[in-house]
Design a protein around this ligand. Structure first.
Ligand code: UD1
Ligand code: CA
Length: 458
């Protein structure tokens, strides 16, 4: 059966009190709308259409690499109106459409899969996800008839006193038969307390027409919608807990899960140990036996087996096996660090490759460099990679030795096995087997201090 999806992402989210459209607020490092799109993809829905309006360009940019199409809702006149704006996308299609609010990122693919299966197996025309909660304030209430079938969804603001007591709420995620949905959309009106076109009214329209409407109850922890920053923090903590528990079960040690922040797409192999205050984001992979010590942030990076990272930042880079990073190292995008490497304290690496066994132990900047194997960097080495206009390359061959406080003025090459004396400013090639000394010779001016009357030896 053909399956497509709509993601409602046009609303402003007034209660967020933010310049940013609501669906772009992040949960565990990823925007809410992208969480929803990724979940839809996981249940093999290929055709995803995102309805944009408020901050349309921003939402489009942030979802760009998700290969979705867009419908524009110029005025946000309600969730029903949003779907009406996607009519062009739905027209002529036969099958089912999943509709999801862009502000409910906790739904699990398994739950969505269940709802789709139940919709198909029970031959429904509409299937909704509901939850039973103690405080249903703000949510649409599920009204059922005497047989227990869903009759309608009544928005909080339109509820009578009896309906306000209903604890079963609408999660904001639906499956519809496309053709019947299109017909029902034509009958929507904004005759309600908010003068909005409610998508939820489609349920009553279908039920009245005698079309079968079903429901699946999901845990509230999956259906929470974000309308305020209080709810954003709540959703964040639920997702964080779930993610961390998954890793704990898989054999990862997390010393303090309430203080460890791991994105949903991060992969961690077993026997990794993660200390408090770490943030692992994006498509990061941490291989077996790594130790990620306190306060490290790793984004979209690969960390090889047995590597230790301490209080450091690693962005869009690859780090090899049994390597030590930190404390206080900064590895910037497009760096490739080899095996058995040491990147020590206060070292910055930018867009560089560092060969196996190389040591960059302290206070060093390596930018736009190709560094070979077993190179030793003395303390305070600087690649002078920028001439104020362009960036230039530094090449350092295997087994080279760079003395303390050396400037390597790029473009420049240090050949294999060459040595550089401490304090040198290197501007031309250092050939293999040579020692480069590029500093002024020391001159001692005798009795200079006492002649000046600055200090007399007793
Ligand atoms: C909606 C449901 C409510 C349900 C709740 C679950 C309706 C009428 N009500 O209410 O029954 O319990 O979600 O969280 O659907 N949006 C648009 N265009 C608009 C308005 C909204 O794209 O014109 C988008 C928003 O960006 C958001 C989603 O639709 O992602 C939900 O909108 P929101 O205003 O938060 O709906 P709720 O009042 O929470
Ligand atoms: Ca909402």
């Amino acid at each position: 059966m053909y399956k497509c999806a709509l993601v409602l992402a046009a609303g402003q989210g007034t209660r967020m009190k933010s310049k940013l459209p609501k669906v772009l607020h992040k949960v565990c490092g990823k925007s809410m709308v992208n969480h929803v799109i990724d979940t839809l993809r996981k249940v093999n829905i290929d055709d995803v259409n995102v309805i944009i309006g408020t901050g349309a360009e921003l939402v489009r940019e942030s979802t760009e690499d998700k290969k979705v199409s867009y419908s524009l809702q110029e005025e946000t006149l309600g969730t029903g109106h949003a779907v009406i704006c996607a009519k062009e996308f739905l027209k002529g299609k036969k099958g089912i459409v999943a509709i999801a609010n862009g502000d409910a990122p906790l739904i699990e693919p398994e739950t969505l899969e269940n709802v789709i299966n139940s919709h198909i197996n029970e031959k429904n025309y509409g299937t909704i996800i509901t939850s039973i909660i103690e405080d249903s304030t703000g949510y649409g209430r599920i009204v059922r008839n005497n047989e227990g079938n869903v009759e309608s969804i009544v928005e909080h603001k339109d509820c009578n006193e009896e309906q306000l007591e209903i604890k079963e709420i609408n999660a904001g995620m639906y499956i519809f038969d496309i053709e019947e949905l299109l017909q029902a959309l034509d009958k929507l009106s904004n005759n309600n307390s908010q003068k909005e076109y409610y998508l939820t009214d489609v349920i009553e329209i279908m039920a009245k027409k005698g079309l079968k409407v079903g429901s699946v109850v999901a845990p509230f922890e999956e259906t929470l919608g974000v309308n305020s920053r209080v709810q954003l923090a709540e959703v964040e903590s639920i997702m964080r807990k779930k993610i961390n528990e998954r890793h704990l079960v898989n054999g990862v040690t997390i010393i303090d899960p309430s203080n460890t922040y791991i994105g949903r797409d991060v992969k961690i192999e077993n026997d990794v140990i993660i200390y408090p205050g770490c943030i692992l984001e994006g498509n990061t992979i941490i291989s077996e036996d790594c130790v990620i010590l306190q306060n490290s942030r790793i984004v979209d990076s690969f960390i090889g087996k047995g590597t230790e990272v301490q209080s450091s930042v690693i962005l869009q880079s690859k780090v090899g096996e049994n390597t030590h990073v930190g404390p206080f190292a900064y590895i910037r995008p497009e760096s490739i660090i080899g095996d058995d490497v040491k990147i020590g304290d206060f070292v910055e690496i930018k867009k560089s490759t560092i060969g196996n066994g190389t040591k960059v132990s302290h206070l060093t900047y390596v930018g736009d460099a190709e560094v070979g194997k077993n190179v030793n960097f003395g303390c305070g080495t600087v690649t002078v990679n920028y001439d104020g206009n362009k960036k230039h390359l530094t090449k350092i061959g295997d087994n080279a030795f760079v003395g303390c406080n050396t400037n390597l003025v790029a473009p420049v090459e240090v050949e294999e096995g060459a040595y550089i004396a401490a304090g040198s400013t290197i501007t031309t090639t250092v050939p293999s087997d040579a020692l480069a000394v590029a500093r002024a010779k020391q001159v001692n001016i005798k009795n200079w201090v006492s002649r000046r009357g600055l200090y007399h030896k007793k």
